[in-house]
Design a protein around this ligand. Structure first.
Ligand SMILES: [Zn+2]
Length: 272
């Protein structure tokens, strides 16, 4: 490869110098391949050995009917970093211990950093409905954004393409396209309130309410509605904050208003 590069340089001159520069991620790419190889080796073991540690009977019988486990949720994040390059670096430093399957840069470039079938480290301690260990069942998508910026049109366009492919490839339900703040109330606030959840829902990625004119009586329990949608309501104000970041983005309070109740009443019908 090096020889081809040098030949190219001689023939076409300076323009190829950049293309032939050493890959700064050559070492971490080797680490990726090494880890995948170790997991492949684990899968090849038989009689089947895993962490359950059961004593195997004298003769092993393997089933003939199986496939790879598939992700069933998509969790959207903002990076809270200053550049895509910074995030790529963070996700290749072992001591950072964090990763995501996709990183989407401001110009719309999509970095697919981890096979969809492997477990990324993006969700942390989280809960949605009764689902925990969301890392094991989800795809993580990080969007380059310092935490306060708006998202670029290029980012949203690329995101829509990725979401469409994921939804079709793994048959992910519309309800399961959610944000990090949704699954970790009080701990996470991403993606920020500029994120176009309504636009996503219009394409079948997540839900949005249709009306704010639903009749809500005095017995309506907003916290119960949040719980039905999926929020962890252990701490009321945290759950409300996450709900507002997603569905009532112009309101930074942690108080349920009459309009919020109407929104919730409409949303609950979809999530139920
Ligand atoms: Zn996040």
């Amino acid at each position: 490869m090096k020889q081809i590069c040098l030949a190219g340089l001689i023939i076409t001159g300076i323009l190829l110098i950049h293309a032939c520069a050493p890959n700064p991620y050559a070492k971490t790419n080797r680490s990726y391949k090494k880890q995948v190889k170790a997991y492949a080796k684990l899968l090849r073991q038989y009689p089947v050995t895993d962490s359950v540690g059961l004593q195997a009977p004298a003769s092993w019988v393997g089933t003939t009917n199986f496939s790879m486990r598939r992700p069933n949720y998509v969790i959207i994040h903002h990076t809270a970093q200053n550049s895509c390059e910074q995030t790529l670096k963070t996700f290749t430093i072992p001591r950072a211990q964090v990763s995501s399957h996709y990183v989407i840069c401001k110009d719309g470039t999509v970095h697919h950093m981890l096979n969809d079938l492997l477990r990324g480290h993006h969700a942390g301690i989280s809960k949605w409905g009764n689902a925990t260990d969301i890392n094991s069942s989800s795809i993580g998508i990080e969007i380059d954004n310092n935490g306060f910026e708006t998202f670029t049109d290029q980012q949203i366009n690329s995101l829509m393409i990725v979401l469409d492919r994921l939804k079709k490839a793994y048959n992910i339900p519309a309800a399961n396209f959610i944000g990090h703040a949704d699954i970790a109330p009080g701990r996470k606030v991403d993606p920020n309130r500029n994120f176009p959840w309504q636009k996503l829902a219009a394409q079948g990625f997540g839900y949005w309410y249709d009306t704010t004119t639903v009749q809500v009586d005095s017995s309506f329990n907003a916290m119960q509605a949040l719980r039905i949608i999926g929020y962890d309501i252990k701490k009321d104000t945290s759950a409300i904050q996450s709900f507002k970041l997603h569905f009532v983005q112009n309101d930074s309070t942690k108080v349920i208003t009459e309009t919020d109740k109407k929104i919730l009443a409409d949303l609950v019908r979809k999530y139920q």
